[in-house]
Design a protein around this ligand. Structure first.
Ligand SMILES: [Cu+2]
Length: 181
């Protein structure tokens, strides 16, 4: 029984990870045009059609000899002053995972490019990982009600904590079903 529980705990943990991975969206900035000054791409318009979430990946594809990607503050974004960037990327194929809510400002640091419109504001309004403790019983409550069969099961319960409410609910429901079996 204990070994079966252990295997099941691992399966549930993997399931949660896979669900979370499948929820993350990869956005290529500028779509087929990429990160460029050619064609006067309106990156503000591009971003306005998207709903970004924490965990999504923003990809900048460009000729590394022509452009770069600098993460900057709002003030630097507005004034196109990229002299002290927060982060810089220059491979020509840069994937940046959005880890927090709010605005993420990026500009091209090549002189004149930001002024020409090569700048984008990634605004994350919602968060997939924000915990909603009131929406469902906490893992500790469930653990208190049912005997914990193995340390791994306890670890997986802890793992579930902090995931989105839906994923957490699925995992906890599955665990409860199994434990009460
Ligand atoms: Cu550029």
């Amino acid at each position: 029984m204990a070994s079966v529980s252990r295997v099941f705990a691992v399966v549930v943990a993997l399931m949660v990870v896979m669900l979370q991975v499948s929820n993350a969206t990869v956005y290529k900035v500028g779509d087929s045009a990429g990160w460029t000054t050619i064609g006067n791409i309106n990156y503000k318009e591009w971003a306005a059609t998207k709903t970004f979430h924490v965990g999504d990946v923003i990809t900048f594809v460009y000729g590394a000899q022509f452009h770069n990607v600098l993460r900057v503050t709002h003030a630097m974004y507005r004034s196109c002053n990229a002299s002290v960037p927060l982060e810089s990327f220059s491979t020509g194929n840069d994937s940046i995972t959005i880890k927090t809510k709010g605005h993420h400002f990026f500009v091209c640091g090549v002189p004149g490019h930001c002024q020409a419109g090569q700048k984008v504001d990634i605004n994350v309004r919602h968060s997939l990982t924000s915990p909603t403790p009131s929406a469902l019983p906490s893992p500790t409550e469930i653990a208190a009600k049912t005997p914990v069969p193995s340390p791994n099961m306890a670890a997986s319960l802890k793992f579930v904590k902090g995931q989105s409410s839906l994923l957490g609910l699925i995992a906890i429901a599955t665990l409860v079903f199994f434990v009460s079996d």
